[in-house]
Ligand binder design. Structure first.
Ligand SMILES: Nc1ncnc2c1ncn2[C@@H]1O[C@H](COP(=O)(O)OP(=O)(O)O)[C@@H](O)[C@H]1O
Ligand SMILES: [Mg+2]
Length: 233
């Protein structure tokens, strides 16, 4: 059947309760095929965003962004092809540094984890799982890994650069987030988790340090060091 709906109408049709509530009429001959849905302007904006944005096609631009990430090519480099710059962050298991590819000038993040630390702390399986899962996943709200390298002391993951800093940093700056900001970052995490669960992955390390913002301010879940993929039954 030909789809004649505008993108705007398609969005509305796709929405499910509880955002829409069936409007009951007094008509006793109410046909089971006709259901009238109502939605307040506030709920509409909360769920779909600004109507003018939708009409201007900005919603479609967001979809384009997701497809651009899906098409993004992974790069492969050796350590001596990368210029190490600043430290971007530090977690319990490793340091993440800003690096620049010498051939293209493109910047990436390089996560280094000490081999001795991994062995001494029984982290070998976790590190292998992190590598396997990150290689497999490609989603706009989950950190993308390009390639892995090693030298005698460290295992390295070359990662997409997320220049917006940790959500933790925003919480420290702002104290408490306004409700719409909180909803926005929660939505970023929620879509990342939907993707994890689609692959039967339990993430197991959700905290504001592990949500880092990309160049456009979207929340991206990083650090699959504790993630576990459940076996398919
Ligand atoms: N791709 C990235 N771009 C920018 N900063 C990053 C990136 N990945 C991680 N970071 C920063 O480094 C910190 C530690 O990285 P993470 O992978 O969580 O290491 P750990 O496993 O040691 O916790 C993060 O909390 C974040 O601040
Ligand atoms: Mg971490």
């Amino acid at each position: 059947m030909k789809d004649t709906h505008s993108p705007f109408l398609r969005y509305i049709i796709l929405l499910q309760p509880p955002f829409f509530s069936p409007c009951l009429t007094n008509n006793t001959n109410f046909s089971s095929k006709v259901v009238c849905y109502v939605m307040t302007r506030g709920d509409f904006t909360r769920v779909l965003g600004d109507l003018q944005d939708i009409l201007d096609g900005k919603v479609q631009k967001r979809a384009v962004r997701a497809s651009q990430i899906a098409q993004k090519q992974k790069v492969t480099y050796q350590l001596d092809q990368l210029e190490v710059m600043n430290v971007l962050g530090e977690g319990g298991f490793g340091k993440v540094k800003l690096v620049k590819a010498m051939d293209t000038g493109e910047c990436y993040a390089l996560k280094a984890q000490g081999k001795k630390f991994i062995i001494d702390n029984g982290q070998k399986n976790y590190c292998e799982t992190e590598l396997r899962l990150m290689k497999m996943l490609k989603h706009p709200n989950i950190l993308m890994m390009h390639c892995a390298m090693q030298d005698s002391k460290y295992i390295y993951f070359l990662l997409d650069l997320l220049p917006g800093g940790e959500l933790m940093h925003i919480l420290e700056l702002k104290g408490k987030l306004a409700e719409d900001w909180a909803r926005f970052y929660s939505a970023s995490v929620l879509v990342a988790f939907s993707e994890f669960h689609r692959h039967r992955i339990a993430y197991r390390d959700l905290k504001p340090e592990n949500v880092v913002l990309d160049a456009r301010g979207f929340g991206v879940v990083v650090d699959l060091g504790l993630a576990k993929q459940l076996e398919v039954r």
